[in-house]
Design a protein. Structure first.
Length: 165
């Protein structure tokens, strides 16, 4: 599919919100994965770097040209506006109250904003507090975290599957 055809096709009602992502390679991976899963838009918030940047391009492989994006300083403003527009806010994080990723089929909503957090500190607590859901990926090894861009691939696939059904 060409870039122009991709831009014109109907998108999955999924918006990705990046909360202070430090690694430019991770930012690029988000663009590439978002292109693969045909998401609506990416919001780059706080210290998250924005294109154009050589290090982002190395992993994005041109997806910064196909995926709609916007940089905003305040993630709270972005998440609040999305919530007011009818998005179901899902922070991808480990907290005391979580919904396991395999249980998202029970979430009966039509449009999602998925918030991914900083590589060290995760999703900002203020964002978690206003989220409709906190989604956790079950893990069965000795480590209790995944690289944030790997996490994105897993989560976006599960939401795309949900919307395909």
């Amino acid at each position: 599919m060409s870039e122009s055809e991709f831009k014109l096709q109907k998108k999955f009602p999924i918006i990705v919100v990046l909360n202070d992502i430090r690694s430019l390679a991770n930012v690029g991976s988000f663009f590439r994965t978002s292109d693969a899963f045909n998401i609506e838009k990416i919001y780059l918030c706080g210290i998250t770097a924005a294109p154009p940047h050589r290090e982002i391009q190395k992993t994005a492989l041109g997806a910064t040209q196909t995926v709609s994006w916007e940089h905003k300083e305040s993630i709270i403003d972005v998440v609040s506006a999305l919530k007011n527009d009818g998005c179901t806010i899902c922070s991808i994080e480990q907290t005391e109250r979580t919904t396991s990723l395999q249980e998202i089929s029970s979430i009966d909503k039509a449009k999602f904003a998925l918030v991914f957090g900083n590589e060290v500190n995760g999703v900002n607590q203020d964002v978690i507090d206003i989220s409709d859901y906190v989604i956790e990926i079950p893990q069965f090894g000795t480590k209790h975290s995944l690289n944030v861009s790997v996490c994105a691939g897993i989560v976006l696939w599960e939401f795309a599957k949900k919307l395909l059904n």
